[in-house]
Structure formats: C-alpha cells, structure tokens
Write a protein that binds this ligand. Structure first.
Ligand code: PLP
Length: 425
C-alpha cells in the first residue's frame, strides 16, 4: 500500500516518535463494534475510540443527524450568531445534569473544556475581588488533557511535567484517592486535600478532579464518600469544585454522569468524548448561574474565550441524536450486563503471575500487570486474536461500545486474558 508508506513518512501519531515509528493499522471502515482493516480483517473494538463511540460505528440514526444537518449548514461562527442544534443540545445537557448546572459553554475538545473551566474559576474570583485566589488544587494520577493548562493538572509524574516544567503553571497536588469503595473511606483518605486547602487558605480558586474514575492517569476508581467529603471541604473553604467528566459522562460508569452516582454536584462540569457518540470533536463546560452571574459582573464583563469552531452545528446535531439514542435505550441494564460480562471474562486473569489487579466498574474493565506492556509484540498479538485493545503502561483495559453483545464481549475478554497470559509465559 503506497499511501501507507507515505503516511509513515509524514504523519505523526499520538505519543509516537517520527523516527522509526511503531506500526499503525489502516482502517477501511467500521460498523457496529467492528473495525475493518484495509486487508479485510475484522477487529472487535474494545476501546470505543478512546471512550467515545458508545453506540458503535456507522449508526443509522447518528449518520442521519449528520447528513441532515450537512444539507442545511456544516458550520457558522458562534460570535453574534446561533442555531437550533446548539440551543437544543444546551437544553438537553441542562436537563440531564444536576441542578443548578444551567449555563453551557461549547468548545471543541476535552482539553479545551478543561482550559475553559480553569479560566472560569480564575475569572470568577477576579470578579469577586479575590485576586489572590488563582491556585488550582488537584489529586495525583489525574488526566485532564494535553494542552498546557490541562496538562498542568495532570499527574506530575506520568503527565510528563519534567519535560515542560519551565512553561507549565504550578499547581497544588494532593495524594490520589485510595478508597475504591465507601467502606474503604475514612477521613485520612482525604487528609492531603485538607492540608493543602488549609496551607493555601484564601489562595485556592478551584479543585479539579475526575469523579469516581481516574482515566488515562491510571484507571483507578474511588468512592462516592470521597467526593462527598471533597464537596464539604470545598464549601468550608469557599473553593469551586470542578468535575472533569469527559471520560465518565454519558453512562460509562453505570450512572448517566458520575456526579449523580456520587450524589455530588460540582460548580463546573466538563463534558466531551462520548458527547457526540464518537462522531466528531465537541465538548462543553457547564456551570451554575452563581458562577456565570458573578463572572459576568466583573471586569471585562464577559467570559474571555471563543474557539473558531465553537458549537459546530454538525457536532451539536449528532450530539443531540446520540443523547436521544442513549436516553431512549435501556442503558442502565445494558451497562450492568457489560459490567457482568467484563467481570466474568476478565476474572481468569487474576490467576496470572504477571497480574496485580483486575477491576471493573460500569462498562470499564482493567487488567493491571506487574510490568509495562511490551507493545511491539502485545499489540500485534491482540490484533491476531481479532480484537482492538490498546494497552498503556501496565494496563490492558477496555471501554467497549454499549451495544456490544455478550458473545463479542466474551471474545474480547478472552483475547485480553490470553494475551496477558502469553506475556507471563
Ligand atoms: C480525554 C480526556 C480529556 C481530554 O480530552 P481531549 O478531547 O482529548 O482533549 C480530558 N479529561 C479527561 C478525563 C479525559 O479522559
């Protein structure tokens, strides 16, 4: 394939070198939960294209939403103009998320929605005249995106801060939550956050955290009680609480939003990834009237952000269709079914000498190994077994589309277990 060799010379891939890059697999098309490679091989997709494609690929209703909107307009600027797809999407998001989150800022990717959330927090405190409140506190093992502001609140070690320390804003870090269930929680689990809030009283603008599941920073789960206590601490110190639900939003944890599962409402909420069912890039930052009114009353009387492709109509139209598809499906039963399938299918990995932990939560299944995956053979080994699973670090994990059948789930999990077993041998 001529174009593939050219591509190899010219195109960067994520977190990859440009000299002697690792091989990439050309995808010709994708339907349901299967990717079809150029050579005709079909792979069961365990990644949902980085958590996004919750309804699978080439979905007739989502396709129709895009083509229908395409016939009207693909895009218009959002400064001074608006359109029905954006209005309808904002309405749905306000309706589905907890009160009082009722103001919506659309932007183009998850990282940008985190930038927006951090800027909102800073402008909020400026408007209130607390100019010293500009620090951001977070926990270790987080992942919030790759742009500079978002990267600054990622885990300082696996977020590669040492490479960019000269240009990254300095943030406050507390230890990662280490309380998978409510029974594991006691107040010492959150002591680090308490200490930082006390040490920097009057200087912290906001705390940012991924609720219930820390995704790309290690696929770690924590309990509702941790978040309830975090909310209390933020209230005691008058600090804004930002939930990054870019990975957890839209059903992934078995709750429509993890904040609902935790019974905690943040002041600012970031959504992305599955928002458009994996069709195009779109994100949203929601906040309360209190934050938006206060911010708007300060200098310069507006929130200072405005991406070129803000509220892209095609993306909003497909997001509306994706949300309808989710809400009108038996999504809770479906995710419970997938969780069971993952638990059953991944359990045999516990017996392997190179596995330290197997954990599942909602439609998320994780095998944690003792050593980092040797990608040069592990990736081809997974593909040979007919599945698309992309390990990172010591983790071999999946977040399948919600429409995956039990049969495909069984094939997916046994391919994972067999491949990890091969690594132990
Ligand atoms: C993926 C992700 C982001 C970044 O989103 P992009 O669309 O890749 O910029 C931020 N936060 C979390 C929790 C994510 O999973």
């Amino acid at each position: 394939m001529d174009w593939l060799e050219r591509e190899r010379q010219q195109v960067w891939h994520p977190y990859a070198p440009m000299v002697d890059p690792p091989p990439v697999y050309p995808v010709r098309e994708a339907h349901g939960v299967r990717l079809t490679l150029e050579d005709g091989r079909e792979l069961i997709d365990g990644m949902a294209s980085w958590w996004c494609a919750i309804h699978g690929y080439n979905h007739p209703r989502l396709n129709e939403a895009v083509t229908g909107q395409l016939g009207r307009m693909a895009h218009v600027m959002f400064g001074g103009l608006t359109h029905r797809p954006a209005a309808d999407l904002a309405d749905r998001l306000v309706e589905l998320t907890p009160e009082p989150l009722d103001k919506v800022f659309f932007c183009d990717s998850g990282s940008v929605s985190v930038e927006v959330a951090l800027k909102m927090a800073v402008q909020y405190w400026q408007a209130r005249g607390h100019t010293k409140r500009h620090r951001i506190l977070t926990v270790r093992n987080g992942y919030h995106g790759d742009t500079a502001g978002a990267m600054s609140v990622c885990d300082p070690v696996n977020g590669m801060h040492h490479l960019f320390s000269a240009v990254l804003p300095e943030r406050l870090f507390a230890p990662a939550p280490d309380c998978p269930t409510d029974d594991d929680f006691n107040d010492s689990c959150i002591q680090g956050v308490r200490d930082q809030l006390a040490a920097y009283a009057g200087e912290v603008a906001a705390v940012i955290i991924e609720p219930l599941v820390q995704g790309a920073g290690g696929m770690r789960f924590h309990c509702p009680r941790y978040l309830q206590r975090l909310r209390q601490l933020c209230d005691e110190h008058g600090v804004l609480l930002i939930f990054d639900e870019i990975a957890t939003g839209f059903g992934r944890t078995g709750h429509l939003f993890a904040c609902q599962g935790a019974g905690v409402t943040p002041d600012i909420l970031c959504l992305g990834k599955a928002l458009t069912g994996g069709y195009m890039t779109l994100a949203a930052t929601l906040t309360t009237r209190e934050v938006s009114d206060t911010l708007s009353s300060g200098d310069p009387g507006a929130f200072m952000h405005g991406p070129t492709f803000m509220a892209n109509p095609l993306a909003c139209a497909v997001a509306n269709a994706s949300i309808d598809e989710l809400i009108n499906s038996p999504w809770q039963a479906n995710i419970a079914r997938i969780e069971n399938g993952l638990r059953r299918g991944l359990a045999p990995a516990r017996e392997l000498s190179n596995v330290t932990d197997v954990r599942c939560f909602g439609a998320i299944g994780v095998i944690e190994m003792t050593e980092a995956a040797a990608m040069h053979w592990m990736q081809p080994a997974l593909v040979r077994r007919g599945v698309w699973v992309r390990p990172f670090g010591r983790l071999v994990y999946v977040m399948p589309p919600f429409v995956m059948t039990d049969g495909d789930l069984a094939s997916l999990t046994s391919a994972m277990v067999e491949t990890v077993a091969e690594a132990a041998a």
